[in-house]
Design a protein around this ligand. Structure first.
Ligand code: FEO
Ligand code: CA
Ligand code: CA
Ligand code: CA
Length: 733
């Protein structure tokens, strides 16, 4: 009997008693619902994830969804390609925190013409706002579930360089000799990457603003000293001129999505770190071992560096620019930066309540293009579990299981608790089987597949495994996925959702289609041009065995398939999307603890002939809710006339339980969403409006595709927006 056989489910509603009983008991007893006074999380019944995990005072216990709302409470927003941000009738969206906004008392307003001095950016909002989390803060500066005052912590992933400088980036030379000619511009770029902590508050009239002079305001960027922590810290692989004992590195970069901890810290995740380093392979490969060459190939480290940061001359005594040069140049690793790529690609813990706390790179969670890091439901006495995805075509889904069982007394220890739970644990990669089951494959040195005799890479020790996790996951036979982006854990069921944003025929041929990545088709644009592979992406979900996040097995189905409305319902539009909810390239994903609604955000280039990127709200069901219709045969075709059939498992069609809530301005990505604990204020990040503006057009504002949010002839800016309901109600229901 297959696990998707409806007869195998515990009851017709697909409920699994163990976890639901825990939820029901907790919700029936308000004293146990959130957290107890004094910062201790309620004991054995504490069950939460993400934002819901933070200590709170009983008197201000955050609102939590008791059950699914029966329906969504807004009219769907129409698709559009205008340079505006649209939200449903009855809602208001306002801009709160934009690229360049000052974050200290003496920093002047942003001119937004490329001339703001680089040094001032150490205290300005960064560029490319990405993941975001709201932490309520009390009068004593400690975490409480306040819906009036909080710290917003957000990632600044990358830059739209054309708008950062007077005339875009100043570059000279060609080919490998291309170089940056302005140290001022490069310094500005160093500062606008990273993370921002900014205090926000709501006034009596319900208007939100940020406090320019808050003592909690902080920027963590590419110059911030960071500690390496966990099994790979202090090993020879981490030795650089910056840290000859391999325990430190400088800064964080390409911070994409994030995660939370039960002790009120923020986990920023380093995604496409590999591109930032200079390493000319023809020069450097001959100086490297076979293992090093294999590692560089697998992680894509070789080239001139995406921002050419290593090319500024002269360098400074502390290697401000040469630190991005990963070639062998000195007599030993302690005299150059040959190992510097090993110090990036990690989950990095930041304590927003302690502006002086040194960020800690948690090497136990492995090194790859971390999209984010999502906490599973927490139970006292059980390990803590975080899920993570490696956002590159054909990469894997991972989970980390702490060695230490959760002790609620650690909820008030801040980043020190991270040393206990994030530095010692086991790392697994996911295999999705064709029958709808799945397994977590441990990535442990000395196992049958991962050892000094592994094919293609000789693993020396566990630190080597963690630094080269992709190679270890190859060795155990994990399942290659269509680009894992965000994950999210359903607060009511504990089931885990993860977006698989898209894949292309060039990177995943028809022969590589499988049950968990089942589509390969042509998503023709309105002008007739072909887009082949899985251009619109899908959202997979799984339920751990016995609802135990630390389990070794799971069962899965596909919750949603992205598609344009009207496309083939048998092989493309398998979720039956309509004009009210069709979407492409899901990326951001988040469950509201207050309403239990699932929020889906897009980072799309496939459906942009019809619409800008968007955010949708959903009321999902459960794994297996497709019932007898779940098992479907998908017929795929490619550009060479190939045909292939694959069986997969499809969740119940969403119908009007999926609606478009927001559409952003031109060439933006919608990414990052969080709420106040009462679910009545939502914060959403709008990333890189107008990102494809040509440098040649910088002098001609009329040619720019976007001027959002100021309009007129202003340069466009990434920004955080605040969304509220005009009647003060909870968002989306
Ligand atoms: Fe930074 Fe995968 O998005
Ligand atoms: Ca993303
Ligand atoms: Ca993306
Ligand atoms: Ca982006």
């Amino acid at each position: 009997m297959g696990i998707h056989d409806p007869q195998a489910r515990p009851d017709a509603g697909g409920r699994t008693p163990a976890i639901d009983e825990v939820v029901a008991e907790r919700l029936a007893n308000p004293a146990r619902r959130g957290v107890l006074a004094g910062g201790a999380v309620a004991g054995a019944l504490a069950l939460f994830s993400g934002a819901a995990a933070r200590p709170a005072m009983a008197a201000e216990a955050p609102q939590r969804a008791r059950r699914r709302p029966a329906r969504l409470g807004f009219k769907p927003v129409a698709r559009h390609r205008s340079d505006v941000l649209s939200v449903p009738e009855g809602y208001t969206a306002s801009v709160l925190f934009r690229l360049g906004d000052p974050m200290a008392a003496n920093v002047p307003a942003y001119r937004n013409d490329g001339t703001d001095p680089a040094a001032t950016f150490a205290h300005r909002a960064g560029d490319h706002h990405d993941a975001i989390e709201y932490f309520g803060i009390g009068a004593d500066g400690r975490p409480v579930p306040s819906s009036e005052r909080g710290l917003l912590v957000m990632n600044h992933e990358a830059i739209t360089a054309v708008f950062l400088h007077p005339n875009g980036p100043s570059v000279a030379g060609t080919g490998n000799a291309r170089m940056r000619t302005s140290a001022e511009e490069v310094l500005r770029e160093y500062y606008v990457h990273g993370v921002a902590v900014v205090e926000v508050e709501r006034d009596a009239a319900g208007r939100w603003s940020y406090r320019q002079d808050s003592r909690f305001n902080r920027r963590v960027h590419t110059l911030t000293d960071a500690a390496l922590s966990g099994p790979a810290a202090g090993t020879p692989y981490m030795v650089t001129r910056y840290s000859p004992n391999g325990t430190r590195t400088r800064g964080t970069v390409n911070n994409c999505a994030h995660g939370c901890t039960p002790w009120n810290t923020y986990l920023t995740c380093e995604e496409n770190f590999a591109n930032y380093f200079r390493r000319i392979t023809a020069d450097d490969d001959p100086k490297r071992t076979a293992n090093e060459r294999a590692s560089f190939r697998r992680y894509g480290i070789g080239g001139i560096g995406r921002e050419l940061w290593a090319t500024v001359t002269p360098d400074t005594p502390d290697d401000l620019y040469g630190r991005w040069n990963a070639e062998v140049r000195g007599a030993s690793a302690a005299e150059d930066y040959r190992n510097v790529p090993n110090t990036y690609g990690w989950v990095v813990e930041i304590d927003p309540f302690d502006p002086n706390a040194v960020p800690r790179k948690r090497t136990g969670l492995g090194r790859f293009a971390h999209e984010g890091c999502w906490l599973a439901p927490v139970r006292a006495g059980r390990p803590l579990v975080w899920y993570s995805g490696d956002d590159s075509r054909g990469e894997y889904i991972y989970k980390y299981v702490s060695d230490a069982p959760w002790d609620p007394a650690d909820a008030s220890r801040g980043i020190a608790a991270g040393d206990k739970y994030l530095d010692a644990g086991r790392l697994y990669a996911a295999r999705f089987n064709a029958d709808g089951t799945g397994e977590w494959l441990e990535l442990r040195h000395g196992s049958a597949a991962i050892n000094a005799a592994s094919k293609g890479y000789a693993f020396a020790d566990q630190a080597d495994v963690l630094i080269n996790v992709r190679l270890a996951a190859d060795a155990v036979g994990a399942t290659r996925m269509d680009r894992p982006e965000w994950g999210a854990v359903d607060p009511l069921t504990g089931e885990v959702y993860m977006t698989l944003t898209n894949n292309s025929e060039a990177m995943r041929p028809l022969s590589a289609v499988d049950a968990a990545n089942p589509r390969h088709y042509n998503d023709a644009r309105t002008n007739g041009s072909a887009q082949r592979g899985n251009p619109n992406g899908h959202i997979i979900r799984w339920q751990e065995a016995r609802n135990d996040p630390a389990a070794a097995a799971f069962r899965w189905d596909i919750y949603l398939f992205g598609a344009r409305a009207g496309s083939n319902p048998e092989n493309v539009n398998l979720s039956g999307l309509t004009a009210d909810n069709d979407f492409s390239s899901p990326d951001g994903l988040w469950f509201s603890p207050a309403t239990s609604l699932c929020w889906i955000q897009t980072d799309d280039g496939a459906y942009t002939d019809v619409t800008n990127c968007m955010m949708l709200a959903a009321i999902p069901g459960r794994v297996g809710d497709g019932g007898e219709q779940a098992r479907r045969t998908v017929v795929s075709t490619d550009s060479k006339g190939g045909v292939r059939e694959v069986q997969t498992f499809v969740g119940a069609a969403p119908g009007d339980r999926l609606r478009r809530f927001l559409v952003g301005p031109v060439q933006c990505e919608i990414t990052g969403v969080t709420e106040t604990p009462d679910g009545r204020t939502m914060f959403v990040n709008i990333q890189h409006p107008g990102e494809d503006t040509r440098i040649a057009d910088i002098g001609n504002p009329a040619a720019w595709p976007s001027h959002w949010p100021e309009g007129g002839s202003a340069r466009p800016r990434s920004a955080t927006v605040v969304i509220t309901r005009n009647d003060g109600g909870q968002i989306g229901i």
